[in-house]
Design a protein around this ligand. Structure first.
Ligand code: HEM
Ligand code: HEM
Length: 135
């Protein structure tokens, strides 16, 4: 489920960026509709992800942290996810347009780095689960 949820977030997030760019080039109305649908799917994916992240703390994070396994990329994963959630809140509720633009840039930048971090975390985690030290 975690893999599916993050894939949905990344695909709809990057898709929105393309559609948002596309509406300035041609067929503005069509791209606008595609962008709105993608953002709706992104918001739905985000809700599912928050649910899964909540379950991940007792089921995954606490156990791995106590076992001293994969802590460096694990802690970075937690930090990135916290920043994504905080900036997502800002995207909904930031009053000023300038602040919102800034928050949007941070959210997008972190969202684009996340897939690489995710893959590194899983690969190192699987190594550490096999007994190879990785923190
Ligand atoms: C938001 C935070 C995190 C996410 C989304 C996440 C996600 C994942 C995923 C999807 C896997 C691969 C499981 C599999 O398919 O085999 C994994 C593995 C692993 N992660 Fe994390 N993780 C997070 C935080 C952490 C933290 C904080 C630690 C360590 C303190 C950690 C340690 C590990 C370890 C040791 C493995 C390999 C063994 C296992 O599957 O449990 N993770 N993580
Ligand atoms: C825990 C992870 C994430 C959460 C909770 C989250 C949540 C949100 C929310 C609530 C919005 C605002 C939706 C709206 O205005 O209707 C948003 C916008 C967006 N997100 Fe995410 N997101 C996450 C991860 C990602 C990832 C991985 C990407 C990948 C690039 C991404 C890219 C975007 C983009 C491009 C926008 C539109 C920005 C804008 O309106 O200026 N997000 N996200």
């Amino acid at each position: 489920m975690i893999y599916v949820a993050y894939a949905v977030l990344v695909i709809t997030g990057l898709g929105w960026l393309i559609a948002d760019w596309g509406k300035d080039v041609a067929n503005a109305e069509l791209w606008q509709e595609v962008a709105a649908s993608l953002l709706m799917l992104h918001g739905g994916g985000a809700m599912l992800t928050l649910l899964l992240l909540g379950a991940l703390v007792p089921l995954h994070v606490q156990r791995a942290w106590r076992g001293r396994k994969n802590r460096t990329t694990g802690a970075t994963m937690v930090m990135f996810n916290v920043l994504l959630v905080v900036t997502a809140f800002g995207l909904y509720y930031a009053g000023s347009d300038i602040v919102r633009l800034w928050i949007s840039d941070v959210h997008i930048a972190i969202g684009m780095i996340l897939p690489a971090l995710f893959i590194i975390h899983v690969l190192l985690g699987r190594r550490s689960a096999r007994g190879v030290r990785s923190d």
